[in-house]
Each structure stands twice: as C-alpha cells, then as structure tokens.
Ligand binder design. Structure first.
Ligand code: TXA
Ligand code: MG
Length: 326
C-alpha cells in the first residue's frame, strides 16, 4: 500500500509531481473548484490506476486538463460555440466536450471509450504550473473515493485517498468547491451536461453574443454529479459488432478478446491481460474493442473477467456494450 506525500505548493513540489506523472504515477492537485486526482491522460495504465484508486464501479469519462486554450484545441476539434466559450471562460471552471482530433493521443479509457473528450483549462496557479511543467493533458476526476463528497482541501484528499496515490500538492482550500460546468460544445448547438462554476446565464449570454444558442433539451437527463445517465453513455459508445460476454471458446468468425486463462482468438489475437490483472485489463479494454470493431469483426467475444477490483467496472461497461440496441 502506498502512503502519499503531502507537500506544499513550490517549484520543488511541481518538479516532483511532473516526474511522478511522467512515470505513470498519480498526483492530487488543487484547482479553483476542487482537488483533482491526476494521471497522464495519454497513459492508459495511469488512467486505470485513477479508477482503481477511486474505486469507481463504472468507468465514468474523465476530464483532461491542459495549460492553454491552444493546447485544448490541438486535442479536441474546435467549433464556433467552443471557441466563443473558451475565449470567455478559460482559464476557469468550465469543461467542454469536443470530438477528438484525428491524432488525439488521449487514451480511450480516459473518455470511457466515447468518441468525445472532455477538456478543461483551469485557472488555479498551482494547477497551471503543474500542467505547463508536465507539458501534456492530465486526466483528473475529483480526488475523492467514489460516492463520497468532493475534496476542497488537501486534508480531505489525504483522508480519502492517501493510501492509493503518490503525492498531494497542498495549496490550501479551493476557492469554489463547486465543480466545473460541463458543456457539450461538439456540435452546432451547445448543451449544459452538468451545472457548475460558470452559470447558465453567463453561458447563454456568451453564446448569444456570438450569434449562437444554448440548447436545453438534455437537462432532463442531468443531475448535479452524475450528469450523463448510464443509458445515455451506453448509446454514445456502440460497437458496430455484436458483443458477447463470458466467452471461453470462440465460435466461427468471432474475435475473442482473452483474459487470464482464456487466450485471445481470431484475426487480431487480443488479450486484455494474460496475467489476469484487472488494472492492465482496464487500460486495454476500450482500445481492444475499438481495434476489433475497426478490423470489421461481426461478433466480439470477451472472456470472463472476475468482478474483483476494476473487474466490476469492466463488466459494467461490457454489459452496456452488449445490451440490445434501440
Ligand atoms: O471541477 C471539476 O470539473 C473537477 C476538477 C478536478 O477539474 N473535476 C471533476 O471531474 O469534477 P469528475 O470526474 O468528478 O466529473 C467529470 C464530469 C462527469 O460528470 C462526466 O460524466 C463528464 O464530466 N464527462 C467527462 N467526459 C465526458 C464525455 N466524453 N462526454 C460526456 N460527459 C463527460
Ligand atoms: Mg466527482
């Protein structure tokens, strides 16, 4: 078991934190909303470790934090709404959902296999220093164990996650404590998916000034901290292939993705984790589903994955992908 160091914000602390991120470790850092539990967004293993540390029963998509607006639009495709909102509210407590750029290096697990990614440019001095120093996107959910309240102080993070992460950067209490406003700005009309630090009135005003509109139709499926319903998430990621769980013997034409004692079988011969490791399997899950889909598999089988550790989240995601489509 780890025991996190808790260091006050300083140049030394930022250096150490960036090194830990580069090595695939986890660092909790302050933002103006809440403390985030950060890992390298491009490293699937690091992102899997975030889910493991939080004990999330499902892979909710994570926000990738970057230092500048330009860096955000190198990862996600700019739209008119996104540009107007970014110019008005970044850096700050706002997250934009955008389509990934074709060469976007963010791990599929970071966006829970969805085609769209969540990006935020935070305003907090410590967060900015860390992001600039690290130089790449940092995936970070709020730094609390799943289902518990969000942390607004380093002590909350130490109490909840001190045994699961490497370093906590302490810069006192967060000024807001309310998470960022999450806005889907990937298409012509923008939609608020989670209310947060930037108000609906300011967002609507900014869009109107740019001759754009805020569509409110998604509000019925949002709640303050679990904005996108499981059903809605499932419909975002639907592999073209039919998905069958708990397969131990491949049928003809099936691309079987192995795990542990059940080896992969088919054109690609994929295995989530030959060693039966849940964290490795989580890091590979969405990449392998995408790869099998891209190879034109009609049926994707997945070997049984035990419900222990991240296995619960893996099976939750597989059940949704296997569910009948409407
Ligand atoms: O203020 C904040 O937003 C904090 C700080 C650390 O940045 N982070 C935070 O992360 O609250 P988290 O994981 O607790 O919430 C992220 C929200 C979730 O509601 C998730 O559903 C949504 O963003 N989200 C992320 N990626 C998404 C995507 N691709 N599509 C739709 N929603 C997404
Ligand atoms: Mg949260």
């Amino acid at each position: 078991m780890k025991h996190a160091e808790c260091l006050a914000l300083s140049d030394y602390t930022i250096d150490r934190a960036a090194d830990i991120l580069r090595a695939g470790g986890l660092v909790a850092f302050p933002t103006e909303t809440v403390y985030g539990l950060g890992g390298d967004a491009c490293n699937g293993d690091a992102v899997a470790a975030i889910f493991a540390a939080k004990g999330r029963p499902a892979f909710n998509p994570l926000i990738s934090h970057v230092a500048t607006v330009d860096a955000a639009f190198e990862l996600g495709i700019e739209t008119a709404a996104a540009r107007a909102l970014a110019d008005a509210f970044w850096p700050g407590p706002m997250t934009l959902i955008l389509h990934r750029q074709p060469d976007c290096p963010i791990a599929r697990l970071t966006s829970a296999g969805l085609d769209r990614i969540a990006l935020r440019v935070p305003a907090h001095k410590g967060a900015c220093q860390l992001l600039r120093h690290f130089g790449g996107p940092v995936a970070a959910p709020s730094a609390n164990p799943s289902g518990r309240i969000s942390p607004s102080r380093a002590a909350h993070v130490m109490a909840g996650l001190g045994n699961a992460i490497d370093l906590v950067i302490d810069d006192g209490p967060c000024s807001s404590g309310v998470e960022s406003t999450v806005i889907n700005a990937s298409d012509a009309s923008a939609t608020i998916l989670r209310p947060g630090g930037v108000t609906r009135t300011s967002i609507a005003g900014c869009l109107a000034a740019a001759g754009l509109q805020l569509a409110n139709t998604d509000d019925t499926v949002t709640t303050p901290d679990a904005p996108v319903s499981p059903g809605q998430l499932a419909s975002h990621y639907a592999p073209a292939a039919q998905l069958v769980m708990n397969v131990t013997t491949a049928t003809k034409g099936m691309e079987l993705i192995g795990f542990g004692p059940t080896g992969g079988h088919g054109q690609l011969d994929l295995t989530l984790s030959a060693a039966g490791d849940d964290v490795e399997a989580a890091a590979n899950l969405f990449d392998m589903l995408h790869a099998a889909d891209a190879a034109g598999a009609k049926v994707i089988g997945v070997a049984p994955v035990p419900d222990t550790g991240l296995g619960e989240a893996i099976n939750d995601r597989l059940r949704r992908a296997a569910a009948p489509r409407t």
